[in-house]
Ligand binder design. Structure first.
Ligand code: GLN
Length: 200
């Protein structure tokens, strides 16, 4: 069984854990290095990327998480988690840093105040059985994709049509939206499959 940690500093920890367990993984909260050491993979939930960044440092987790990512640990980041896994961020606060790992540039709060939060159906490469209901909450979008990363999902209609909102790079997966709030666990299924594949 794959043991998947959920970074438990801020955000929808319980919802991610439930979705992971629905998909057959063992889910454990991660707040300290010893807990990080015991997991095969990590989910970074949404929340506020600047706050999660500060908490990672306060809990002495910033470098350990970054080192695990560099060593190939699979990770899934939703919303603020996407920002933290991106190599580059626009619209961040002065000096905002990310853990990095995915060769993308994200723009924070990209959809603008008029559409602060919205929901739409879209499809993701690698996810079958019809469109996914995507919930965006002050979400980032992906503004640039480097050669190492692959776009797997875009907004399909409305004013933001075409915007990139899901990307994969090896064992790393990020989405601008929050799949943990819909009860549809197919994004977590994809991630658990990525974790299993990485275990060989
Ligand atoms: N706007 C938040 C940030 O910049 C992300 C919002 C979210 O995770 N729902 O970190």
């Amino acid at each position: 069984t794959a043991t998947v940690g959920v970074l438990a500093l801020q955000g929808d920890v319980r919802e991610h854990a439930r979705a992971l367990e629905t998909e057959g993984a063992r889910a454990v909260p991660v707040r300290r290095v010893s807990e990080l050491d015991a997991v095969d993979a990590l989910v970074i939930p949404g929340g506020e990327s600047t706050t999660i960044d500060k908490l990672l440092r306060a809990f002495d987790l910033y470098e350990p998480v970054r080192d695990r990512l560099r060593a190939g640990m699979p990770a899934y980041g939703s919303c603020a988690g996407m920002i933290l896994l991106a190599d580059r961020v626009l619209g961040g606060i002065e000096g905002q840093q990310t853990l990095g790992g995915i060769d993308i540039t994200v723009r924070r709060n990209a959809f603008g105040r008029q559409v602060d939060s919205f929901e739409t159906d879209l499809s993701i490469d690698g996810i079958d059985d019809g469109p996914l209901h995507a919930v965006f909450i002050r979400a980032p979008w992906v503004e640039e994709v480097g050669p190492a990363a692959t776009v797997v999902g875009r907004v399909e209609g409305g004013p933001a049509a075409g915007r990139i909102v899901a990307v994969r790079q090896g064992p790393l997966l990020v989405t601008s939206f929050h799949p943990e709030v819909t009860g549809d666990t197919r994004v977590h299924r994809l991630f658990v499959q990525i974790v299993r594949d990485s275990q060989g």
